[in-house]
Ligand binder design. Structure first.
Ligand code: SF4
Ligand code: SF4
Ligand code: FES
Length: 368
């Protein structure tokens, strides 16, 4: 009879779970679930070597193991520390951890612009959540912040380096998922930055996945930038028979009415994609006719997006004929064709930053 693997008992915030040897504290906490799961800005279970960069997942090991019950002297990164049998860990029950996490958030925000009102990631951003939960209202940083010009990384991706937290996820994604390594982190310390070396294109069948793995709004989808806010869109599960054998073809369409604003991979409650999708599905299939629609997507994580659903929706009945005593109208005007914010010559995606009323002027004056 094959030897049964001995499981390790680990207690996190007074909840005990049994896990296989080699499991990290973070993954043990994910097995328990709920509020005791440490936040993770750089760890990504599907990317080898990820974790250990951001320190948001710090926890306190109050008892090392049954064999050696001494506590660990410092807080440890739960995504990189494996459990021992009998280990006891404190996360939200430790004031020291909560205080340290607050400092980590302050550190992550040192150079961060916090331009959430104009950032495409707002509403689904883990840094925004952390700032809300742990951030302080003022900064103690007195030096000039790092600033960068926005960079086009190929046809579909734009890099806002000012928002990058140097988590390395996009670098690992390009390295492990695509055929060639095209970008990395250049420089050291506060000179570090994501770069494609001489700003080459990121051009690869699966490179769009860097947008999904980026925990902040540093890598944005140029086909979606500034087009809408995610909480106004309705996420819908859809699939298609993708010609690319490596693509699962299972996506989320972010819709408003019949319009598909963006296509993303499906993500779990920790913001990790369930299966990667190719660039054709992501950037080129923006018609509902390209997809088999399965139904509303349930957003597992705590997010304002969960408010927007097409559940139980009833299409309003056509009433014009009824109110006109059975007569059909001779002329119907589609207000969206004449509204000044929908003028065809204005491409909102080409406006740098949020649109301003000046962008809609005709010959210097607002249309009446
Ligand atoms: S990346 Fe997140 S925290 Fe930063 S500006 Fe965008 S939404 Fe706000
Ligand atoms: S661009 Fe995004 S995914 Fe890449 S290192 Fe920066 S924050 Fe991480
Ligand atoms: S998630 Fe553990 S260090 Fe970033």
């Amino acid at each position: 009879m094959a030897d049964e693997q001995k499981l390790f008992k680990v207690t996190i915030d007074n909840i005990t779970v049994e896990v296989a040897p080699g499991t990290t504290i973070l993954n043990a906490a994910r097995l328990i679930g709920g509020d005791i799961v440490p936040p993770a800005m750089c760890y990504y279970s599907k990317l080898q070597g990820s974790g250990g960069k951001c320190r948001t997942c710090l926890v306190k090991v109050t008892k090392g193991s049954e064999a050696d019950p001494r506590p660990m002297p410092k807080l440890v990164a739960s995504c990189r520390t494996t459990v021992m049998d009998g280990m006891e860990v404190a996360n939200i029950t430790s004031p020291e951890v909560v205080d340290a996490r607050k400092s980590i958030v302050e550190f992550l925000l040192i150079n961060h612009p916090l331009d959430c009102p104009v950032c495409d990631q707002a509403g689904e951003c883990h840094l925004q959540d952390l700032s809300y939960e742990h951030g302080v209202s003022a900064t103690r940083y007195e030096f000039k912040r790092r600033t960068f010009d926005k960079v086009d990384l190929g046809d579909h991706i734009k890099l806002h380096m000012t928002r990058c937290i140097l988590c390395y996820r996009c670098v690992f994604t390009a390295d492990q998922l695509t055929d060639k390594r095209e970008h990395g982190i250049l420089g050291r310390g506060d000179h570090s930055e994501i770069s494609t070396y001489i700003e080459q294109n990121l051009d690869n069948d699966f490179i769009g996945n860097v947008i999904d793995v980026c925990p902040v709004g540093a890598l944005t989808d140029k086909t979606f930038r500034f087009k809408n806010r995610v909480w106004f869109l309705k996420p819908v599960d859809a699939h298609r028979d993708c010609e690319n054998p490596k693509c699962c073809g299972k996506t989320v369409l972010w819709m408003r009415g019949d319009e598909v604003f963006r296509v993303t991979a499906r993500k779990d409650q920790y913001g990790e994609v369930e299966a990667y999708i190719c660039d054709t599905c992501r950037f080129e299939k923006k018609e509902t006719s390209d997809w088999v629609i399965e139904g509303p997507r349930k957003i597992n994580r705590h997010s304002v997006i969960s408010q927007g659903h097409y559940v139980g929706m009833v299409k309003p009945q056509e009433t014009i004929v009824k109110v006109m005593d059975g007569r059909a109208p001779k002329l119907l005007m589609d207000i969206h064709r004449v509204s000044e914010v929908n003028r065809p010559e204005i491409d909102l995606s080409k406006i740098e930053g949020p649109a301003h009323s000046d962008d809609f002027k005709i010959n210097g004056v607002h249309p009446q």
